[in-house]
Design a protein around this ligand. Structure first.
Ligand SMILES: NC(=O)c1ccc[n+]([C@@H]2O[C@H](COP(=O)([O-])OP(=O)(O)OC[C@H]3O[C@@H](n4cnc5c(N)ncnc54)[C@H](O)[C@@H]3O)[C@@H](O)[C@H]2O)c1
Ligand SMILES: N[C@H](CO)Cc1c[nH]c[nH+]1
Ligand SMILES: [Zn+2]
Length: 428
């Protein structure tokens, strides 16, 4: 793995060019064509793309309840128990995210408030190109259910040998209402615009590869999206108290997701940097997904050596990684130095996959530097707010002059007259 020794300003510039690319122009243009074709030709276009990109000739997108039940009933009990443990921990964490509206009656004759409403229909994208992701399904479906979404539908790429049974069982465990076997940009287009068989949704949730992420960006506006969660990332801050074998393993845990995944280590120890780099090389040789992880390490990964702990955080805040591991002595003391990160893992035993599967916080997180302004997926992503007001005549009379004055400043006479129609007075 490349080791870079440069001054902080150069490192920051490098990070900015390396991390903040959500898409590329060729993909943008291919995805635009896919979306246009799905809008025009609906199911027929989706079927063509599935044959082309996933090598599956589909007659029907929707999976029958019998297929889902069968997957659930025949699932290895060990896998079922693990999914149920994950469900319990994800649920207990996300229950704490539930928010309520408010009513304010502090001024005489005035009632103001805001209520929270769950979304009506959401579409969950569950990635399935190079790996199966039952855990990701739980991470999106359970918060939707906790929020009270009326209809939760799911899409995932079809597989030549059928969709992984653990994904189907997880969908049943989480209470997903319908499953469509469609993937990639064509699935996002179908969810956004609807086809003959796939209903249009109010919001699309979930991570995916660059085609999925780009499609979500392009359909935003027609439909809401949670965020642009692209290829996985891990940023590790470590000093010489950390174990290079464990650091390398954690870097590869995310590198193996995608050739475009980003494994990054920032340290103040040149010796540790070299030891981690050596461990990455030796562990890569025996990793089943060696080809994917090697591409990620070579093209997107790096180890930066800086001179002091404050510089480590400064540089990592520029990276704004999806996952941030702090493997320093007494890691909790640094929480207030972390400004940009999707999810933080403190100390040696908070290895990233703990959060991927069972700890409970969401693993659908902002990537590509968007942790500067985005949050983990949560119950709040499945609700919207509506505000309301009620005034008595006396209360309105008190504020009428201000309203009519502002309306006339804006040249909107009709607004002023609407207020004055409640009274015999011309206020201006
Ligand atoms: N942030 C998270 O929470 C999280 C969780 C799990 C996975 N991930 C990320 O999700 C991604 C999953 O990627 P994946 O590829 O395994 O599955 P995917 O389901 O995102 O993508 C597979 C689809 O991509 C489309 N595709 C492939 N090649 C194409 C091409 N040349 N042109 C047009 N479309 C094409 C196909 O339609 C296929 O169905 C990875 O980047 C992984 O890091 C993120
Ligand atoms: N690390 C991924 C998020 O970037 C989530 C995941 C699912 N399964 C394994 N890992
Ligand atoms: Zn992972």
């Amino acid at each position: 793995m490349k080791i870079i020794n440069e001054d902080l300003a150069s490192l920051k510039r490098l990070v900015q060019t390396k991390t903040q690319q959500l898409t590329d122009l060729k993909v943008e243009s291919a995805v635009r064509d896919i979306i246009a074709n799905v809008i025009k030709n609906g199911d027929a276009a989706v079927k063509d793309y599935e044959a082309q990109f996933d090598q599956v000739k589909l007659t029907d997108f929707k999976l029958s309840q019998a297929v889902i039940d069968d997957a659930y009933d025949n699932l290895d009990p060990k896998v079922k128990d693990a999914l149920l443990l994950a469900k319990r921990n994800i649920t207990s964490f996300h229950e704490k995210e539930k928010a309520t509206g408010f009513i304010d009656a502090e001024q005489p004759g005035v009632l103001r408030g805001q209520k929270l409403l769950p979304l009506n229909r959401v579409g969950l994208y569950v990635p399935g190109g190079t790996a199966a992701y039952p855990s990701t399904l739980l991470m999106s479906a359970l918060p939707a259910k906790i929020a009270g979404v009326n209809e939760v539908i799911m899409v995932t790429p079809p597989q030549v040998d059928g969709i992984n049974p653990a994904v189907l069982a997880a969908a049943k465990i989480a209470g997903v209402d319908a499953i469509y076997q469609v993937g990639g940009a064509q699935a996002i287009a179908a969810l956004a615009y609807g086809t003959e068989t796939i209903p249009a949704v109010d919001k699309i949730i979930g991570p995916g590869n660059i085609f999925v992420a780009t499609a979500k960006k392009q359909v935003f506006g027609q439909v809401a999206i949670d965020m642009v969660a692209g290829p996985s990332e891990i940023g590790i801050l470590a000093d010489d108290s950390a174990d290079p074998r464990q650091l390398a393993a954690d870097l590869l845990s995310q590198a193996e997701h995608d050739k475009r995944a980003r494994p990054i280590l920032i340290t103040d120890s040149a010796d540790l940097a070299q030891a981690v780099s050596d461990n990455v090389t030796s562990q890569l040789n025996v990793l089943p997904r060696e080809d994917i992880a090697t591409a990620a390490v070579d093209e997107k990964g790096f180890i930066a050596v800086v001179s002091k702990v404050e510089d480590m955080f400064d540089l990592m805040n520029t990276v704004a990684p999806e996952h941030l591991e702090v493997q320093l002595k007494n890691p909790t003391q640094y929480l207030n130095l972390i400004k940009n990160a999707g999810s933080v893992f403190l100390g040696r035993y908070a290895s990233e996959p703990l959060g991927d599967y069972v700890a409970g916080p969401n693993h659908i997180l902002p990537t590509s530097g968007t942790a500067r302004f985005s949050s983990p997926l949560g119950v709040y992503d499945f609700v919207k707010r509506t505000s309301f007001i009620q005034y008595t005549k006396d209360a309105l009379a008190k504020e009428a002059p201000a309203i009519t004055t502002l309306a006339r400043v804006e040249g909107l006479e009709g607004h002023a007259r609407a207020i004055e129609s409640r009274f015999d007075t011309y206020y201006d």
